[in-house]
Design a protein around this ligand. Structure first.
Ligand code: ADP
Length: 614
C-alpha cells in the first residue's frame, strides 16, 4: 500500500511539473488535459504537445486551462498503468472532469481507449499525431475525433535513393517495444519493392550501444533511417535528443527521419510529417469541440507531407547536389555567405573606394588640364617674347645700321689703302699684314653685330646655364650704345666689381635688360638733351644679385607702379604694353622679382633681383 502511495506522490509531483498554464481570466475556463505518449521529452510527441498548446492558446476564443501528463508506463506496464489511472482519477473526480482530452501518439491513444470507462467516460476525446494505421486498432465512439497523419514510408525511402542514388544499404534504427516493432513490420512490408535495389538492415533487436557500433561501421554508400526507439532491446528507454545526438556523432552515414520534430541538425531531410501543421489542425478541431460541436462528426483527412525540407549543412557534409532534391523543397540552415553577412560594410567600402577613385581621376584630369594650360601659356609667352624681341630689333635698326657701318666703313678704307699699296713699285709686307689683320678684326666685329641680332630675333629653345650678370649687362649695353648715341642719351654704367653668378638663359635675360634700358631711353625722350641720362647698375647683396635702370624721365604715376607689369599696359602711342609683362614672367621663372619705384629727385627706377647661384 505504501508503495502505491509513494508512486502516487511521484506522479503528482510529475503532474505538477508538467501542469500547464492557465490562460484564463474568467472564472470557468475550459479545462483541457493533454496525454502525450511516453516520457515528457519523448520526441516527436513532446514537440506536438508543446506546439498544440501554443496553437490552442492562439486559436481559442474561450478561456482555457491546459494540463499535460506523460503516459510513461515503462516495461512493468500493467502495474504502472493501474497506478496512473488511479492517479488521474484522484486528480479528476466526477465533479471536476475536464472538458477535453487530447492524446498525442498511438501509445497514449491506446491507454485512454483501455481505461476510458474508468477515467473520462463522457469527456470528448481528440486523438492527435497518430498514424492512420494505428487508428484502425481503436474502437471510436461518437465522442471521439481524430486528426490522423499518414506516414508515407515509400516516399521517405525514395527520397534517400533520389538524393543519394548510389545508396546500397539503409540501416533502420529503432527500438524493440511493441510500438517500435509495429513500425519495423510496416517498413518491411511497404518496402518489398526495394528488395533487389537496396539492403535494409533492421537494428531493432540490438541494444542502443550495439546500434552505435554498427552504425559507425556501415559499408560505403549507406544511409540511416531514424525512428526514435521507445524501448531498446536492452530495455532502456530513450527520451529527449541525446540518443539521436550520439548516433549523429558516431555514425558514418547520413541520417533521415519521418518527422520534422527530429529535423534540428542531425537529419539530412526530405518529405516529413510536420509538427506545425499537425498542431495547427489539431488545435482547430479542439476549438470546435470546445465550442460544442460533436467530436464524432468532425472528420479530418490524414495529413500528408508538405514540401520537402533539407538541412544545408548536411547536404554539404554528404556532398549532395541541390539539383537532385525533390521539388518543391526548402533548404534551411544555410550559412550566410560573406556577401550576405558583410553586405553593408562591403557596399560602404566599395562606395568609398569608388568616390575616392572618382576624386583621384578628377584631380588627375584637372592636373593634366592645368599642365596642358601651363605648357600652352608658356608657349604663348615664348611666342610673345619672341614678337617682343622682334619689335625691339626693329626699334634698334638705326643703331644696328650704325654698328655695322663702322666696321664696314673701316674695311672699305683698308681695302682702298691696299689697292694704293699694290700700285706702288715695292710692297711693304709688314704694313700689308697689319692692314689685313685690321680687315679681319673689323669683319669679326661686324659678324658679332649680326650674331647679336640673330640671337635676338631667332626662336631658340631655353637654355639655362651658369652666367655672370655683368657679362649680360655689358653685352646689352654694347648692343644699345648706338641707339643711345642716336637718341642723344647719356648712359652711365655702375657695374659691380665682383662676380655676379646666376643660373639663367642669356637670351631671355638680355631681353629683360633691353626692355628696361629701351624704356629708360624712351622715358628721357622729352627732356632737353643735357638732361637725358640713364644709369645702369649691377650689385651683389646677401644671396641676391640686382640689376636696375634709373632714368631722368618723368617717372611713373604712383598708382601705376604695379600696373606697368600687367600685359597691354602702355602709355606710348605705338607701344604694345608687353615689355614689362614679359620681363616679369622671365624674372619670376628665374626665381627672382621685379619692382618699379620713383626716385625722390624724379625719374623711375626699375630693379630686378635674381638669386645667387654658384
Ligand atoms: P611699352 O613700352 O610697349 O609701352 P612696356 O610694358 O615696356 O610696354 O611698358 C609699359 C608702360 O610702362 C609704358 O608704356 C610706360 O607707361 C611705363 N614705363 C615703363 N618704363 C618706364 C620708365 N622708365 N619711366 C616711365 N614710365 C615707364
Amino acid at each position: 500500500m505504501s508503495e502505491v502511495n509513494s508512486a502516487l506522490r511521484l506522479l503528482i509531483v510529475v503532474g505538477i511539473l508538467f501542469s500547464a498554464s492557465v490562460n484564463a481570466v474568467s472564472a470557468n475556463p475550459k479545462r483541457i488535459v493533454l496525454l502525450q505518449s511516453n516520457g515528457p521529452n519523448f520526441k516527436p510527441w513532446s514537440e506536438y504537445a508543446k506546439a498544440f498548446r501554443q496553437e490552442l492558446e492562439r486559436q481559442s476564443f474561450l478561456p482555457i486551462a491546459v494540463q499535460s501528463f506523460p503516459i510513461s508506463i515503462g516495461s512493468d506496464s500493467e502495474r504502472a498503468e493501474r497506478q496512473l489511472v488511479a492517479y488521474l482519477n484522484e486528480l479528476f473526480p466526477d465533479n471536476a472532469l475536464p472538458d477535453l482530452i487530447v492524446t498525442f501518439g498511438a501509445p497514449a491513444a491506446a491507454f485512454v481507449q483501455r481505461n476510458r470507462a474508468e477515467l473520462f467516460p463522457a469527456t470528448p476525446l481528440l486523438l492527435a499525431a497518430i498514424d492512420q494505421r494505428r487508428v484502425r486498432d481503436l474502437s471510436l465512439t461518437e465522442n471521439d475525433a481524430v486528426v490522423p497523419v499518414w506516414i508515407d514510408i515509400p516516399a521517405l525511402f525514395e527520397n534517400i535513393l533520389q538524393i543519394l542514388p548510389q545508396t546500397k544499404t539503409i540501416a533502420v534504427v529503432t527500438g524493440n517495444s511493441p510500438n517500435d516493432k509495429f513500425w519495423v513490420e510496416e517498413i518491411k512490408s511497404r518496402l518489398e519493392s526495394l528488395s533487389g535495389r537496396v539492403e535494409l538492415r533492421f537494428l531493432n533487436e540490438l541494444s542502443f550501444e550495439e546500434v552505435l557500433k554498427q552504425t559507425a561501421n556501415l559499408p560505403k554508400n549507406s544511409a540511416i533511417f531514424w525512428v526514435q526507439p521507445q524501448v531498446d532491446a536492452s530495455g532502456a528507454t530513450h527520451e529527449g535528443e541525446s540518443a539521436l545526438r550520439r548516433l549523429y556523432a558516431t555514425a558514418n552515414a547520413p541520417i533521415f527521419s519521418h518527422d520534422d520534430a527530429f529535423f534540428n541538425g542531425e537529419i539530412v531531410g526530405g518529405p516529413m510529417t510536420s509538427v506545425t501543421q499537425g498542431s495547427r489542425v489539431g488545435a482547430a478541431v479542439a476549438v470546435r469541440i470546445l465550442a460544442g460541436e460533436k467530436p464524432g462528426q468532425i472528420a479530418t483527412p490524414a495529413l500528408q507531407y508538405g514540401p520537402a525540407k533539407f538541412d544545408w549543412r548536411e547536404l554539404k557534409r554528404w556532398n549532395i547536389s541541390e539539383s537532385l532534391l525533390p521539388k518543391p523543397n526548402e533548404v534551411l540552415f544555410r550559412r550566410p555567405s560573406a556577401w550576405e553577412v558583410y553586405r553593408w560594410q562591403v557596399l560602404a567600402v566599395s562606395a568609398a573606394i569608388l568616390i575616392q577613385a572618382a576624386l583621384i581621376i578628377g584631380l588627375l584630369y584637372e592636373r593634366r588640364r592645368r599642365l596642358l594650360a601651363e605648357v600652352e601659356s608658356r608657349q604663348r609667352m615664348a611666342e610673345l617674347a619672341h614678337i617682343n624681341r622682334y619689335s625691339m630689333a626693329g626699334e634698334l635698326t638705326a643703331s644696328i645700321a650704325h654698328e655695322l657701318n663702322q666696321p664696314l666703313g673701316a674695311i672699305l678704307v683698308n681695302a682702298e689703302t691696299l689697292e694704293e699699296m699694290l700700285r706702288a713699285p715695292t710692297l711693304d709686307v709688314a704694313e700689308l699684314r697689319e692692314i689685313t689683320s685690321e680687315i679681319r678684326r673689323d669683319d669679326q666685329r661686324a659678324g658679332r653685330v649680326i650674331e647679336h641680332i640673330r640671337s635676338l630675333v631667332k626662336k631658340v629653345p631655353i637654355e639655362v646655364k651658369q652666367l655672370d650678370l655683368n657679362d649680360v649687362a655689358r653685352d646689352t649695353l654694347a648692343f644699345i650704345s648706338s641707339l643711345a648715341i642716336a637718341r642723344q642719351v647719356q648712359v652711365r654704367h655702375v657695374l659691380a666689381q665682383v662676380p655676379l653668378p646666376i643660373m639663367g638663359d642669356s637670351t631671355q635675360l638680355q631681353q629683360v635688360l633691353l626692355n628696361l634700358i629701351v624704356n629708360a631711353l624712351d622715358a628721357t625722350a622729352d627732356k632737353p638733351i643735357s638732361e637725358r641720362v640713364i644709369i645702369v647698375r649691377t650689385e651683389r647683396s646677401e644671396g641676391w644679385i640686382e640689376f636696375s635702370t634709373s632714368d631722368s624721365g618723368p617717372g611713373i604715376p604712383p598708382d601705376k607702379l604695379k600696373e606697368v607689369f600687367e600685359p597691354f599696359f602702355s602709355t606710348k602711342p605705338s607701344g604694345m604694353g608687353m615689355g614689362l609683362s614679359i620681363a616679369r614672367t622671365i624674372v619670376e621663372s628665374h626665381g627672382g622679382t621685379i619692382v618699379a619705384q620713383n626716385q625722390t629727385r624724379g625719374g623711375a627706377t626699375i630693379s630686378i633681383k635674381l638669386p645667387v647661384k654658384l
